[in-house]
Ligand binder design. Structure first.
Ligand SMILES: Nc1ncnc2c1ncn2[C@@H]1O[C@H](COP(=O)(O)OP(=O)(O)O)[C@@H](O)[C@H]1O
Ligand SMILES: NC(=O)OP(=O)(O)O
Length: 328
């Protein structure tokens, strides 16, 4: 297992949500996820966790719209992001602290409502691309479109609402995250990509958008100078020619190779592309860090080199090697 490192783990949808969107089912999924993550803590790593909120924030927005009235007005999307960051973080705190106690690990865990600065001129505000909420049928989407929102067909799985997803410029609470992890606190931050805010003369103001959690996690990993950035998703490895007869698993791969694969259009914009871009950006910005894309189930095996490991150089540097050595 990786030891004594500063690690940020970005949790994908299936680490929190199965097909069952009830609170009970989400808590059960989070319990399993936390059980795996505590292994990293047991090996003396400083742990920062981030997570997605696409399904949850879309569902909450729908609930807001359905209950909307003069006495009970719907809250804006940035407030919904904050609410889902809070609810998912709260479930994680409950489950993580129980597991820590059971394993006799004397550590605390906190989830931090994290604001993430975005650029008011980001073109994303004009072109909504981030799918949120439930998958809708053709009949359901016709009715949903009456809200004036934009809906797209999502990879043959149904229609989903899309909202603007600006790129993160900086993590407002970054120094607080640093202080927490330096004091040994397991820190959940940038949940749901963090709350998108604009910097104004009067301070930060929320803006209606959902930031991609892979990009927000990358920015945080960069700013706290993490050693390892782990993106957990539904597959053990990234593939080129994904789902084709000639698909090929990527094990150790350089950022240069990944950039070429991006140019070839190997990765889908709505799913794997943001993870690849985030991994490349982190590894290139860091002087020694590596990124790993794999599944939760494979986390136990990353010390054996399992998963797609993104490095800067074909011949790893001595600093990269000190991290990857434990993995091969
Ligand atoms: N080139 C690829 N290699 C591996 N998986 C891919 C690739 N392209 C698309 N995928 C799919 O994308 C999924 C990850 O995207 P998504 O489910 O949107 O992310 P998240 O886990 O953050 O919710 C994987 O589980 C896999 O099914
Ligand atoms: N905010 C975000 O990226 O959420 P998902 O990963 O659930 O889409």
């Amino acid at each position: 297992m990786i030891e004594n490192k500063k690690i940020i783990v970005a949790l994908g949808g299936n680490a929190i949500l199965s097909d069952d969107p009830t609170a009970e089912a989400q808590i059960a999924a989070i319990r399993q996820t936390c059980d795996r993550l505590v292994d990293l803590v047991e090996h003396n790593n400083q742990l920062i966790i981030s997570h997605g909120n696409g399904p949850q924030v879309g569902n909450l927005l729908l609930q807001q719209q359905l209950a909307n009235s003069e006495k009970n007005p719907a809250l804006p999307l940035d407030a919904c992001v904050a609410m889902t960051e809070g609810s998912i973080g709260y479930w994680m705190q409950n489950e993580m602290s129980s597991i820590l106690k059971k394993r006799h690990i004397d550590k605390s865990v906190v989830s931090l409502i994290t604001r993430v600065e975005v650029d008011k001129d980001d073109v994303a505000f004009e072109y909504p691309t981030k799918p949120i909420g439930p998958f809708l049928t053709e009949v359901e989407v016709a009715e949903a479109r009456e809200d004036g929102g934009k809906y797209i067909e999502d990879s043959g799985r149904g229609y989903r609402k899309v909202v603007p997803s600006p790129k993160p410029v900086g993590i407002v609470e970054c120094d607080t995250v640093k202080q927490l992890i330096e004091h040994g606190v397991i820190t959940i931050s940038c949940g749901g990509g963090g709350i998108p805010v604009l910097k104004t003369e009067e301070g930060y103001k929320g803006v209606e958008a959902v930031i991609d959690k892979d990009f927000a996690s990358e920015k945080l990993a960069e700013q706290v100078k993490a050693d390892v950035f782990i993106i957990l998703t539904g597959v053990d490895h990234v593939y080129i020619n994904f789902n084709k007869p000639n698909q090929k698993k990527l094990e150790q791969v350089t950022t240069e190779d990944l950039k070429q694969y991006i140019e070839q259009g190997q990765f889908e914009p709505g799913s794997m592309l943001p993870k690849i871009e985030a991994a490349v950006q982190f590894v290139e910005a860091s002087d020694h860090g590596i990124a790993i894309i794999t599944s939760l189930g494979n986390l136990d095996n990353i010390h054996q080199g399992a998963g797609t490991v993104v490095v800067k150089h074909k011949q790893v540097t001595s600093k990269e090697a000190s991290i990857t050595a434990e993995m091969y």
